[in-house]
Each structure stands twice: as C-alpha cells, then as structure tokens.
Ligand binder design. Structure first.
Ligand SMILES: Nc1ncnc2c1ncn2[C@@H]1O[C@H](COP(=O)(O)O)[C@@H](OP(=O)(O)O)[C@H]1O
Ligand SMILES: [Mg+2]
Length: 381
C-alpha cells in the first residue's frame, strides 16, 4: 500500500517538523521579548527571520543525515543571499547558534544530533542544499520553513510545511502549526463574535504544547494530528496521534470560509461575491499561512479560497503539504476551474486556473466552482 511505502519518511518528516516548531517557538518568543533586529526585508518586502533560515538548515541537515545527502533533493523557499551580505554577520551568527541549539535537542524528538556543533560553512551548505527545482520525476522534499512570515512576526498564526513529491505527485505532507491549539478556543482574532470550537479531544495531557502537527500519506484515507511537545516531554511515537476529519457541514448557510489576512495575497471582494452567491452567511475567518488548510482538515472551517492577483504564480511549497492533508481528511482541493493542482512542473503551480478552492466536501466545492464560472466575466481579476 502507498501509505506503508512511505511510513519511515512520514515518521521522520513529522519528527523534524516537531524540531522546527520548537525552534520557531523559541525565536518567536525572543522576537517579542528583545527587539526586532532579526527581521529583515526580502526583495518582495516580506519579512524573513532567523527562524526561516534556521528551520531550513535544520531540516535539510536532519533529512540528509537520516536518508543520506545523495538521496535527498529539497525544494525550499530560502536561499543564502540575505546572509551573504557584508552587513549580515550578526544575522548569520544568530542562524548558526539557532541551528546548533535546535540540532542539540534532536534526540528529544528521536533524531540524531551532530557529533560536534556545526560550523558556519556547514550551516550554509545545509541551506544551499535546498536548491532543487523539483519536476516530474524522482523524489523531492518540498519545504516552506516558515509559511506566513507576516503572521510569524505579528505573533500570530504561521506554519512549518514539509511535503514529499514523488514523480510529480504529493505523497506525504506534514504541517506544523505552533500557534494553533489542539483544543481550539478561537482561531479568529479578527471577528470577536465568530468562534471556532474544536471537537478534538482530550486524550492529550494539559502539559503538552499549545500547537499541533498534522500529517497524512497519500492514499491512506487518514489524516492525523499530534500535539506539540512542551517542556521536558519527549516525543514517543505516536505521540497521542489522533485521527482528524473534515467537517460534515455542507449547507452554505452554516459553512465558514477561511482566507488570507492580507488583501495583497487574495482578492477579498471577489471571494465575498462568491460567498454571497452560494449563500454563505458567516463572516470570513482570516488566518495567516497554511494553517487555513489545517483548519479545513480539522473540521474547524469548511472552505478555503485564495485568488491572487493575475500574474502571481503560486509556489508548490505554499500548498503541497496542506493539499494532501485536506484530501486524506476527506476534503477536496482544486483550482478555480475544478482541476487538481499540478506539482510536477517545478517550483510553481504552472497552469493554475485563477485561484485555489479547498472544501470539506464536494457539495460546497461544486457550488463554488459553478459560482466562479458564473461570475468570472464580471470580475476585475
Ligand atoms: N502577491 C501575492 N499574492 C498571493 N500570494 C502571495 C503574494 N505574495 C506572497 N504570497 C504567498 O502567500 C503566502 C502567505 O500566505 P497567506 O497570505 O495565506 O498567509 C506567502 O508565504 P510566506 O509567508 O512563506 O512567504 C507567499 O508565498
Ligand atoms: Mg509560504
């Protein structure tokens, strides 16, 4: 069976994402307790942090150690340009220290630490190793070290997303959501009167971390959630894993739409028009990052839509892990023309038709696809 075929890869991927979530949690805490020095600007003006580069180096090193660097091809968001400038010695030193701190904790997660601390050159090598461009054949890991950097620097939602693509298909996905509690009180900071209550239970001790890690293997028909590890706890597989499922709500009047917080990333007025035309009544829930896919997979919302401005090309690392988790939890993900997303064309989702629509089930999905079809000509996208 496909799922068993990737059991080892999936378990290692979950463990490394736990390490990365702990790393991000520590950096985010420092970000708020000290100063903003670690936040810089990328060309596209999105903030990039020590966490981004450190997660990429840490995951790259751990995957290469576990599977052998000759067997590991990684497509990931970050490169070393920003830490290669003359004035970035401080940032580079912070990355090296963070990576070493994080790798030293690997045994707590059932992974191997390096025998000695990594030198700067080795950290740079680990980051640069992630320069694969994917494609239609072979096995490629796909990593977004910190997805939702805007959410991250605001102390809000963000995700660590790791997927494996084989011969152009996503075969496993792991989403670490450090600020998305297992027992959700509210995901929605933007509309106070709209609360998301999760039915996820309870077998998880209170002392466990506040976030969660979601994962699934293609074709298994199962998606799982584990709590993050807090304090001195250690990760003992399967770490309180529980099955998750999409919501059974298919009445638009009861359904919740999830979408990006940033207007620049998705056209809010277009999605509002679609929502109205299919009969959605609730306020949209605006959430940073791939936590939106997690919300659909967990049954905390029913619809995720993203319509980027025309000309924007979606990257595979912003979707791969989320898509397989939603599908295995029982949901449906397609472009706005109803076609499956194509992960076989390199770093971009080439051929994507207008936008992305993920739903808990086909009833809602069909309605939204029909609404896009009916309204497209009159939109300004
Ligand atoms: N102009 C744009 N339109 C659509 N998506 C964009 C965008 N600019 C950046 N993004 C992507 O949107 C992601 C954030 O998603 P969201 O808005 O749903 O939180 C970013 O991930 P990073 O934060 O990893 O860079 C980035 O890949
Ligand atoms: Mg991203």
């Amino acid at each position: 069976m496909e799922a068993e075929k990737y059991a080892k890869e999936l378990e290692v991927a979950v463990r490394v994402v736990h390490v990365a979530c702990a790393l991000c949690g520590r950096v985010q805490e420092r970000l708020f307790s000290v100063n903003d020095d670690h936040v810089m600007s990328k060309d596209d003006d999105s903030p990039v942090t020590v966490a981004d580069l450190s997660v990429q180096a840490t995951i790259s090193w751990l995957l290469s150690e576990t599977f052998g660097s000759q067997n590991v091809s990684i497509v990931a968001e970050e490169d070393t340009e920003i830490i290669s400038k003359d004035d970035s010695a401080g940032l580079l030193a912070a990355v090296v220290a963070t990576v070493n701190e994080s790798l030293a904790s690997a045994p707590k997660y059932g992974l191997q630490s390096p025998e000695t601390t990594l030198e700067t050159a080795e950290v740079l090598k680990a980051i640069r190793r992630c320069s694969s461009t994917g494609g239609p054949s072979g096995r490629h890991w796909v990593l977004d070290p910190v997805d939702g950097t805007v959410g991250f620097v605001r102390g809000d939602q963000y995700a660590v997303a790791l997927a494996m693509v084989e011969d152009g298909k996503v075969v496993l996905g792991v989403l670490g959501c450090p600020n998305y509690p297992v027992k959700t009180e509210s995901l929605d900071y933007h509309y106070q009167n709209h609360e998301t209550k999760s039915n996820l239970a309870s077998a998880i001790p209170e002392a466990w971390g506040k976030g969660c890690v979601l994962y699934a293997s293609k074709g298994s028909g199962k998606a799982w959630l584990q709590p993050l590890i807090a304090g001195d706890n250690i990760l003992e597989w399967p770490n309180y894993a529980q099955l998750i499922q999409v919501s059974s709500i298919d009445d638009p009047a009861l359904a919740t739409l999830c979408e990006p917080v940033e207007k620049a990333n998705s056209n809010h007025s277009f999605t509002a028009g679609l929502a109205q035309s299919v009969g959605l009544r609730k306020q949209p829930m605006r959430v940073h990052s791939m936590v939106k896919y997690a919300a659909i997979a967990r049954g905390d919302a029913e619809i995720f839509m993203k319509f980027a401005r025309s000309g924007y090309k979606e990257k595979i690392w912003d979707h791969a892990a989320g898509v397989v988790i939603v599908e295995e939890a029982g949901g449906v993900v397609s472009d706005a023309g109803g076609r499956l997303l194509d992960f076989s064309k390199g770093i971009y989702l080439e051929g994507l038709d207008r936008g992305i629509i993920a739903c808990s089930g086909l009833t809602l999905h069909d309605k939204l696809i029909a609404a896009v079809y009916a309204s497209w000509d009159s939109s300004n996208l």
